[in-house]
Design a binder for this molecule. Sequence first.
Ligand code: MRU
Length: 365
Amino acid sequence: MAKKKILDYETVALDDEKNALVIIDQTKLPYEIEILSLTVQEDIWRAIYLLQVRGAPAIGVAAAIGIYLAARAMIASDMNDFYEQFKKAKDYLASARPTAVNLFWALNRMEEVVKDNMEKGVDEVIAMLHDEAVAIREEDIWVCTQIGENALTLVKPGDGLLTHCNAGQLATVKYGTATAPMYLGQERGYGFRIYADETRPLLQGARLTAFELHESGLDVTLICDNMSASVMKKGLIDAVFVGCDRVAANGDTANKIGTSVVATVAKRYQVPVYICAPTSTIDLNTATGDEIHIEERPAEEITEMWYKERMAPEGVKVFNPCFDVTDHDLIAGIVTEYGIARPPYSNSLQEIFNRKNEASKNKSK
Ligand code: MRU
């Protein structure tokens, strides 16, 4: 039997028999594929905090499944008691990571199910929470496919594409966001040349993007984070596709630290930068990037992780923000499942949501 490849595994799923959140432990990749089956809330919180499950859409799905599992375990005298416990569990999971808005988006969506059904019985609401978590997961596949189709209209066969961090299948349920046009292009014989930044300090580009694209047979070249100017100056890059953790109403975009460096360099070399963003990552309640809470992580990620021995002097000050904000004027387009938003983003992002609302009205008719 052929050996299972990384993309044959589910990134994030619900095991109904074991009542567990099932994830690939992404901290172990690429050398070890360890599947975790998590039932305890503290373990689910830790998995999100430690980046065992990571990437904005996957975090959202994990949180939806996590809160459903928490709800199942609640012993409640009535719906009011249930709702009080639900809110506590929700706040707990929401505290795992601050930047990716999908975490809050998914938990809010789950809370809506409870709020809208307070007149029903607890068991019935738990069943509805199950279905909502499953729906959030399933929708992610459709969303990524649509992002891939829309992004593919921006490039041509043979193009060189640069990506940063991992906005691949490992960050979503399937296909990824920034990688969706790459996988679709492969199916359609586009022959893209892909450049993956290694993405210090946690190496999501080297360990995850290069891994999943290479194993899937795409033409991927790994480069260090400080090489983007060099490959762009050589004319090797026709477009940059990256994912995001939160897009503000004016188009400012938080993504993995280093994205704004790539975008600044890309402007110098006139390479368009496209942000691949499910609408669940667009936060119209955040006016600009200045309001986005940027997660800071432990110094050890820079000073010693991945090295045989510590590579920085003991006691040196370390600054380790995990994301940065790319200013909207560096972004050529924001690719969503409902089309591509172009500057000025305050209008075009609203237009994307109008299309989304229209589509959901038509669906419920
Ligand atoms: O810290 P991470 O690995 O969760 O950061 C992930 C990213 O920055 C991704 O680019 C983003 O979440 C989009 S994933 C489709």
